[in-house]
Design a protein around this ligand. Structure first.
Ligand code: GTP
Length: 427
């Protein structure tokens, strides 16, 4: 492949980097040519912007740093302007690339991508020199306009040309992963899920826990989702099929929509003596309430059709569940729902399968797909879920402790080296 290394001299717009956001979080960089779709991806996945609104986005002129808050994904996303070369000596590339987790390079697959490939080559080889621990991810983006055959051909062509170029430059140790994406469907979330999972140290433990949960509860597929972004941070080891992923991901939207429509219920209102929320009367004589607990809700509205699915009320099933799990003998306690503090939701699909959602904590939800027969024993599922939830909390407590300790040790090391540097400067 004939790479245009002169690209480097094209960049002359060396603006200072805006450092208003703290730099201690791991970073995910979004790079690529102008108009390839970087800002759109950031806005849609992390800002909940409707895809059609990205048509009006203006070109980025300086690095846009976004701290992802209210999310399990504790990273910074940096959106780079397409026209600037951040490997130029005017920029401190060590400062930019030092604590990067993933570098995501976006290529507009609807356009001629030769220039994008030379930029990709230049970017990955330069970034690798600064920080060999970066994982490089390539999004062949905007594939919504392409036929299936054309998508596959494009991916094969890009992969082949890049691997030839890296081999010629004796850089074949640099590993690139490719994804076909679009902001108009789930592919962008699926790609981000895989990218983020590589950065989660607890992934093997979470997968293991999900495997145990599935095999002991008759669950066919389980996803642990970050509620804000709809990125799944772990799933069990059975293969992911797009259809089940889309259903589970749509369920988050359904529940959030219902929460937006009906608001967050005051726990003291609408609650029945046994602690359950009751259906509310909308004033028109029709029951239409939803049991809503922040941040997600327990759906009790079976009047709302959801694209071929029926939303079912779990109220009666829950009391059965209480009996199964709460065997303390105290009738008052038996009436207290096991799930009082967590949101949950149940959707029965036309084919008889069941989608079951349970809130793990304010940032994570578990969504399971299982056959209705297996859901009959859902006291067992609920009990196993509580065990799963406790194990997940322990994993994150442990990892938080480890992170704090590492941070503390890092600071100590920095403090120790600082005075010695100062002494050598003074002498
Ligand atoms: N068809 C299609 N269009 C997209 C997709 N993603 C983004 N776009 C469009 O691509 C155009 C450019 O998107 P931006 O997000 O501004 O591109 P950018 O890479 O941030 O551009 P710069 O800020 O100039 O570097 C917009 O009109 C988007 O609507 C996609 O998945 N499919």
């Amino acid at each position: 492949m004939d790479f245009d290394y002169s690209l480097q001299s094209e960049y002359d717009n060396c603006e200072p980097i805006d450092d208003s956001i703290g730099n201690d979080k791991p970073r995910i960089l979004l790079m690529g040519l102008q108009r390839s779709g970087k800002s759109s991806i950031q806005r849609v996945v992390f800002g909940k912007m409707p895809p059609n609104d990205t048509l009006y986005l203006e070109s980025t002129t300086k690095i846009q740093k976004e701290d992802i808050t209210r999310s399990f994904i504790d990273f910074q996303i940096w959106d780079f302007p397409g026209q600037i070369n951040f490997f130029d000596p005017a920029y401190d590339s060590l400062d930019i690339f030092e604590s990067v987790g993933a570098l995501i390079f976006v290529i507009d697959a609807q356009d001629d991508y030769s220039e994008a490939l030379s930029r990709l080559f230049y970017t990955v080889t330069s970034a690798y020199k600064v920080n060999p621990n970066i994982t490089f991810e390539v999004l062949l983006h905007k594939v919504d306009g392409l036929s299936d055959d054309y998508k596959i051909d494009t991916q094969r062509d890009v992969q082949q040309r890049m691997s030839d170029a890296l081999q010629d430059a004796e850089c074949d140790h640099i590993h690139l992963t490719y994804y076909l994406t679009s902001i108009y469907d789930h592919s962008i979330y699926e790609a981000f899920s895989k990218i983020i999972q590589k950065l989660i140290r607890e992934l093997p433990t979470l997968e293991n826990l999900l495997n145990v949960l599935c095999s002991n509860s008759g669950i066919d597929k389980a996803y642990l989702f970050d509620t804000l972004t709809k990125i799944y941070i772990a799933t069990d080891s059975s293969p992911v099929d797009m259809q089940s992923y889309e259903l589970c991901s749509d369920m988050i939207d359904v529940v959030i929509d219902i929460e937006c429509i009906y608001g967050i219920a005051d726990r003291t209102q609408n609650s029945t003596p046994n602690g359950q929320y009751s259906l509310t009367d909308g004033g028109d004589g029709k029951e239409k309430g939803a049991l809503v607990q922040s941040p997600l809700s327990e759906v009790l509205d079976d009047s709302r059709p959801v694209s071929g699915t029926a939303v079912d009320t779990p109220t009666s099933d829950l009391s059965e569940n209480e009996e199964l799990v709460n065997n303390s003998g105290d009738p008052d306690q038996q009436q207290e729902p096991v799930t009082e503090n967590e949101a949950s939701s149940l959707i029965k699909l036309d084919n008889g399968d069941v989608l079951y959602m349970r809130e793990v904590n304010r940032l994570l939800v578990l969504i399971c797909l299982l056959r209705q027969d297996n859901f009959e024993k859902h006291g067992l599922i609920d009990y196993n879920f509580q065990c799963f939830k406790e194990a997940v909390s322990e994993v994150f407590e442990f990892s938080q402790k480890r992170n704090t300790q590492q941070h503390y040790e890092h600071q100590l090391q920095a403090n120790e080296t600082q005075p010695s540097q100062e002494t050598s400067r003074n002498s």
